[in-house]
Design a protein around this ligand. Structure first.
Ligand SMILES: Nc1ncnc2c1ncn2[C@@H]1O[C@H](COP(=O)(O)OP(=O)(O)OP(=O)(O)O)[C@@H](O)[C@H]1O
Ligand SMILES: [Mg+2]
Length: 332
């Protein structure tokens, strides 16, 4: 296997937990709490988990917008962690981000062309002709024409905003793109064209994607591998084929069972218990209060990821590798 493009080792990003004389203590939020990942060049890794489990915090930490509390970040084998945001963005400029809300990433008072030029200026491309050439190349790549440069964000449809967001990110010539819920809020047909465009762009520009999404059916279609996250940690990771056809962790199984399907548009079996809070992480396996298979030792020790097959690792000693997924899930 080639060297990973990006690797994290026991990455932790905690918020709050500090006391000061003038303000109330803020609770400690263990948003990311020990994540070790390897992302190979050219792959699409999906990152899935319930709201608040720490997906966007991982993205922000990799980009350098949040500083990690502990752990290592390696890019091409070089340690690029432990830096302030400005320095981190410089050394990690190979990693760029497509915003969860592309409208919010565009200034409502600026024409699209001005926003695209400004992005490149900020990243040191001072020659106007070079900026214009890159912008036109990327507009073309995302299926839009020069006329869009004169439009304001409110004159764009949701799908066009996504395309502009992609063009803006790709104009920075990243090697890896973090896509945070890139198709949320789009209707199904626009979603399908945007996803196809993302795959085409990946092939054209040799990109590696970290694809964050709630939508399991999209992740199944788009991703080579998938990581399932629960309360700041990865509980299962493996090839998308393996994880979706034979989910091994009880949480992955519950997540698949609770997903709506084409034949059943309502939610299926809802996961038992309260949604988790990273300020009150349960002792031992964080999933144990909701787990139908929990044993006494699950309350005491935190299970580590262990390989259950060539292409699947699971953090549960009672995992059931090789079981077929619940019959109702993903009938599509
Ligand atoms: N700046 C912050 N200060 C304090 N807590 C934060 C901060 N940013 C995020 N959190 C908390 O960290 C946890 C993880 O948040 P994060 O945004 O990473 O979740 P997520 O998995 O992306 O959720 P969603 O699917 O809803 O986007 C949440 O409990 C959130 O409230
Ligand atoms: Mg998020």
């Amino acid at each position: 296997m080639s060297r990973p493009l990006l690797e994290t080792v026991d990455l932790k990003t905690h918020y709050g937990g500090t006391r000061s004389l003038l303000s109330k203590p803020k609770p400690l939020v263990r948003a990311v709490d020990g994540v070790s990942l390897k992302i190979q060049p050219g792959e699409v890794l999906g990152l899935v988990g319930e709201s608040g489990c720490g997906k966007s915090t991982i993205a922000k930490t990799l980009l350098g917008l949040e500083r990690e509390t502990e752990g290592a970040i390696l890019l091409d084998g070089f340690d690029v962690g432990g830096r302030d945001p400005a320095e981190a963005r410089k050394v990690r400029s190979d990693i760029q981000y497509v915003h969860q809300d592309p409208g919010a990433a565009l200034d409502p008072w600026w024409r699209v062309g001005d926003t695209l030029h400004e992005t490149l200026k900020i990243h040191g491309v001072s020659d106007r002709a070079e900026r214009q050439a890159r912008i036109l190349e990327m507009l073309n790549a995302v299926g839009l024409n020069e006329g869009f440069l004169r439009r304001y964000p409110h004159e764009l449809s949701g799908g066009q905003q996504r395309r502009i967001g992609l063009a803006r990110t790709l104009s920075l010539r990243p090697r890896m793109v973090i896509l945070d819920e890139p198709t949320s809020g789009l209707d199904l047909s626009v979603q399908a064209t945007v996803l196809k465009l993302m795959l085409d762009l990946r092939a054209t520009y040799d990109l590696t994607y970290l694809f964050i999404s709630h939508d399991l059916s999209v992740v199944e279609r788009l991703c080579d591998r998938v990581a399932i996250m629960y309360l700041g940690r990865i509980v299962e990771i493996g090839s998308a084929d393996q994880v979706f056809s034979a989910p091994a962790h009880p949480y992955t199984r519950a997540l698949l069972e609770s997903a709506p399907t084409l034949t059943r548009q309502d939610s299926g079996q809802v996961i038992q218990g309260d949604p988790p809070s990273p300020t009150r992480r349960p002792e031992g396996c964080a999933f144990h209060p909701r787990c139908p298979m929990a044993q006494a030792d699950c309350r005491q020790s935190v299970p580590q990821l262990a390989e259950v097959s060539d292409s699947q690792s699971v953090a549960c000693p009672y995992a059931m590798p090789g079981q077929v997924r619940p019959a109702e899930a993903f009938a599509s």
